[in-house]
Design a protein around this ligand. Structure first.
Ligand code: PEP
Length: 255
């Protein structure tokens, strides 16, 4: 697929996979995808499996991501994980502000912004998630909600920092529901986000930053979504838990 920006496809395993299950999955993915270079492939296992998956990925092109981290550098924050701890395990990416974190853990833009700054300072590339709920879309609030999430999450970050980041547009009503945004809806929102970034950080940054789509991406719809001009990849939940479906999402986009 001919794209202006290199596609980045990430699997968010969420709270799934024991170490043994994660090992089986990543060994199979490495056999299928470990040497291709056309698409950037990232897997985001739960914290408990990062070490095992990292060891298996050492001689592979697949990159490791985490699903969350603390904005704090160290200290008395029971249950939290720092960016430095993730780097120590050779993690490259970290998902921040996923809608499940926003909804169940009350993580809002100020916190997402602090986490993004801590991640970048440690050399991690944040994947910052934004997206509206169904009620917000039906109420005509989509641009306002997503625009505010972008402005708040990226506040105070400079152009070089932004070029190292990935944005994931994930309409909340499409996550884990089997409903996917139409190609028109996805392209419209991706172009809107890129336009917002052009205004805040300039055209060069807006042209360089990669914006993933997330929400029930499957082998059957991946190629159509990923061929849209402003869609530069996918953040995949459910379909990233199986070797076949995740591999097919990627191979379906290859030339
Ligand atoms: C996600 O959680 O980021 C996601 C997109 O999930 P799913 O693909 O299962 O909708």
């Amino acid at each position: 697929m001919n794209k202006e920006r290199k596609l980045i496809i990430a699997g968010n395993w969420k709270m799934n996979k024991t170490v043994g299950e994660a090992t089986d999955l990543i060994e199979a993915l490495k056999r299928e995808l470990g040497t291709q270079t056309e698409v950037d492939v990232v897997v985001c296992p739960p914290f408990t499996a990062l070490n095992a998956v990292s060891a298996i990925l050492k001689d592979s092109r697949i990159r490791l991501g985490a699903q969350n981290m603390s904005e704090q550098g160290y200290g008395a924050f029971t249950g939290e994980i720092t960016a430095g701890m993730l780097r120590d395990l050779l993690v490259h990416y970290v998902i921040l502000g996923h809608s499940e974190r926003r909804e169940y853990h009350k993580e809002f833009d100020v916190l997402v912004n602090a986490k993004a700054k801590a991640a970048l300072a440690a050399g991690l590339k944040p994947i910052v998630c934004v997206g509206e709920t169904l009620a917000q879309r039906e109420d005509g609030q989509t641009d306002k909600i997503v625009g505010d999430q972008i402005a708040g999450s990226l506040a105070g970050l400079d152009n070089n920092q932004l070029k190292d980041m990935v944005i994931a547009y994930e309409p909340v009503w499409a996550i884990g529901t089997g409903k996917t945004a139409s190609t028109e809806q996805a392209q419209e929102m991706h172009a809107f986000i890129r336009g917002k970034i052009a205004k805040s950080h300039g055209e060069d940054v807006a042209k360089a930053i990669r914006i993933q789509y997330g929400g029930s991406v499957k082998p059957a719809n991946a190629r159509e979504l990923l061929s849209l001009p402003d869609v530069d990849g996918a953040l995949v939940g459910g379909a990233s838990l199986e070797v076949r479906s995740f591999t097919e999402i990627i191979t379906n986009t290859l030339n």
